[in-house]
Write a protein that binds this ligand. Sequence first.
Ligand SMILES: [Zn+2]
Ligand SMILES: [Zn+2]
Length: 216
Amino acid sequence: MFKFILPVGSGSSLCRDCVSERCRVLRLKKQLDEDYKEISNLVKRATSDGYWVSKPSLRSWRQLALEQLEEDEEESKHSNGQTNGQGPHINNKFGMEANVGTEDETKTFNEDIVCTHGALSILETERKLVSTEVWTKLREYFPRAPEFTHMQEPCRQCLTLEQEEKDNEAVSKMMALEQKNQLLNLFHEKNRPVLTKWPQVKRRAVDCEAFNFQFF
Ligand SMILES: [Zn+2]
Ligand SMILES: [Zn+2]
């Protein structure tokens, strides 16, 4: 009878599954340290092919991987005092599944070189080419990271938008220059010596009208 009252997973000692989970996490952390050292050395070599990697992601990938690992670990912990009799590891399974299906993760590896159109960003200074060897290692930690080979063209839509912006800027500059010239003309007109008062005022009024018509 006593057996049924005892909450599942309670007590100070860990069950076999918990121990093996903890061992798995420790192994992964050790592996992560080794991979981090190796990748840090490998990325120093220049490469002409391979894959595009976001520079900020490359700087923080160890931290991202650790956070991922700790999330998994947290989700696999048993909640003490569970008495619904569904078995201790139901949380683990659901937790992991929920994690995999969640799209609102705060940060994903390589996401910052994806533009709003879902293509490769045109900001070349924000990315770096890494060898296939490095990419394969990183991919083990971030299997869902956006992948771009060195052959990948940057987003066409972004390039078009950028060009349009440049064109608009050029037009704005030209218009500003013309406006300045017009104002200078008006200024000279004002300071021009006049013979009689009345025709000058009339003239200026006309000029102002012409000015307004052109620009507003
Ligand atoms: Zn357990
Ligand atoms: Zn784009």
